[in-house]
Design a protein around this ligand. Structure first.
Ligand code: GRF
Length: 321
């Protein structure tokens, strides 16, 4: 099995979700492992549990510290532990925008409601008060807006007659412990999933003007211009010719550029068989921390290099406004 994704879990208290994530990670087939459990409360119960299981821990009280300094220290601890993902599990801190944006797409949170219902606090009481048939829990990506990032999965929990916020909270915890490890495992696995990667590249490629998809040598490719005379600006490459990479091939400006990039960033770029000779570079997609903005930039650049002038001129004119 490929290397497991490294996950830092941030907690503030009991850490029962962290424990669920931790024990699920002990399954041989878990695609992730915990590299750190960190807390803003030096007495957090979950820290002791993690230590006992041989997981590195880090604790730093936020009291008397500027929010940004505390975030920076927590982030440094996560990076030094080799974290590729940060998973918030009852971490009772509002994070600074800079911290959130530098982990965009790689930071998850669990929230005790069926989002988008009831972001924020008192979720159970609000669900009962509203007469809802179910409460529940959701796992979502963390974005600048509180509890508003893409929901990756949710589980409903029935609200019984006479339910109190506490009794509902207790059962929602059971659901959370089933939900979080499963969603995290699926999420870190999709970074290596060719179908998922293909879908993302396709969306980006087809968002460029006058593009269409056409198969070439058995793989999806994207062209700009008419169906008849269009030119390829990207090819999808799923572990071709013995390579382990799932990649998108895009055009460089010269062989020098291609070779320079491959030499200096071999974890990001490679020279593909056959296509490499005519200046196509392989941009590796199945790697943690992939920056989709960078993929989009490469696609656009490649598109520009073959698109008819009338299209590139239009695009440049639009940029000036
Ligand atoms: C959970 O209910 C979770 O949904 C919320 O905080 C609680 C954490 O509980 N974000 P625990 O510390 O994991 O036991």
């Amino acid at each position: 099995m490929a290397d497991k994704a490294k996950v830092a879990v941030f907690i503030s208290g009991r850490g029962s979700n962290m424990a669920a994530l931790l024990y699920a990670s002990f399954h041989a087939d878990s695609p992730y492992e915990l590299c750190l459990v960190a807390s803003n409360d030096t007495d957090a119960e979950g820290l002791k549990l993690a230590e006992a299981e041989g997981i590195a821990t880090y604790a730093l009280s936020h009291k008397g510290m500027a929010r940004s300094d505390h975030d920076a220290a927590m982030e440094t601890a996560a990076r030094e532990a080799g974290a590729e993902y940060i998973v918030l599990a009852g971490y009772m801190r509002i994070l600074t925008e800079g911290f959130v944006s530098s982990w965009e797409g790689r930071m998850l949170n669990i929230h005790p409601s069926l989002l988008p219902k009831y972001p924020g606090l008192d979720t159970h009481a609000r669900a009962i008060e509203a007469g809802d048939s179910h409460g529940g829990a959701s796992v979502h990506l963390v974005t600048a807006e509180l509890d508003a990032g893409e929901v990756l999965g949710a589980l409903p929990v029935a609200i019984r007659p006479g339910e109190t916020a506490d009794s509902l909270a207790e059962r929602v915890r059971f659901a959370e412990h089933q939900l979080y490890p499963k969603i995290l495992a699926d999420y870190v696995s999709r970074d290596g999933d060719a179908d998922f990667l293909l879908g993302k590249v396709r969306n980006l490629a087809l968002a460029l003007p006058e593009t269409h998809e056409r198969e070439s040598h058995g793989s999806p490719g994207w062209r700009v211009g008419s169906e008849k005379s269009g030119k390829y600006f990207a090819h999808f490459n799923d572990q071709h010719h013995g390579s382990e990479h799932v990649a998108v091939l895009v055009k460089t400006s010269s062989m020098d550029e291609l070779l320079g990039l491959v030499e200096t960033q071999p974890e990001v770029y490679f020279k593909p068989a056959y296509y490499g000779a005519s200046g196509w570079i392989g941009l590796i997609l199945n790697r943690p921390g992939l920056d989709w903005d960078n993929v989009a930039e490469w696609l656009e650049r490649s598109w520009r290099s073959v698109a008819p002038k009338r299209l590139t001129q239009l695009a440049s004119a639009a940029e000036e406004f």
